[in-house]
Design a protein around this ligand. Sequence first.
Ligand code: SF4
Length: 328
Amino acid sequence: MKLKSEVSELLSDLKEQILYLQELSVENFAVDLPEVKSSKFKIQSSKSETQAQKIERFVPPEITIVSTPEKSKVSDGEANQTRRNLLESTKLSRLPFLPKRNSTVTSFANNQTEEPREKEMPTKTNTEMPSLFGDLTQVLPESSETVEEIRADIGNCTRCPLWEGRTKIVHSEGNLNAKLIFVGEAPGANEDAEGRPFVGKAGQLLNKIIESIGLKREDVFIGNVNRCRPPQNRTPTLAEAHTCRPFLWREIAVLRPKVIVVLGNTATQNLLDTKIGITKLRGEFQDYYGVKVMPTFHPAYLLRDPTKKRETWDDMKKVRDELARVGN
Ligand code: SF4
């Protein structure tokens, strides 16, 4: 009886995913299934999985887990230590405020890893940022400004070198009461020409993704970490991203959304201040000042590899469920 209901649930989920893929115009895709030998088969996640095993599964290869004599005998206490070590490597920076327009950032000379100095936002919550994984005691700072004021502060911005190649600054746009914010990396050619985020083919796909969870573009707020188009659509440097992102942080503090969907590797790393890649982070809610953040693939990437739409759909279902839980 139990098996029957599980199979029925599985089929229903499968049907939902196929309908979604059809909606996104995916006609076919191939999946290489590895050969599984029953004697070696190991369930990756189960109720009996210990915290230590969960962490081991999550930690990327570049982060070394605290050495233990036998993996299967890692205690939850040791796991907590491992978790703390992991947090150290992924600490989010303090929430800054942006220097005023007449302040200049002077250190861009070909050093992509150099970060301009960001000042701390002088608020009552001026404490260490929460980690990606847990401490939910921190909340967004109170904001007394408006999105219009932030835009006025941006002005005809020349704070980073990207201003030189832009046609228009691409500001965030959308519903100022949105519970859901989408964050991308930087504008492309279409966005640069129109001065609006996500208006090209990737934008059309983003619209479909939004509609797939029962919302419209007008219901959400959409922005990028960088507001000016990088030359030849190159990835913004760390310095460029760190110069521009405080504008977005300030907008998030104004809107106070319930969920942020961050699109693609660069935006995820620049928003969350982590070096962990999108393939490891996507699909699980991260924490950003008490706001749930769902990293998922960028629509432009989905256009190049439509098979990833299925994973994006899985991520968006979690977003839909979370919005329903908190009262969309
Ligand atoms: S990308 Fe951001 S910081 Fe750089 S010039 Fe444009 S608006 Fe200013």
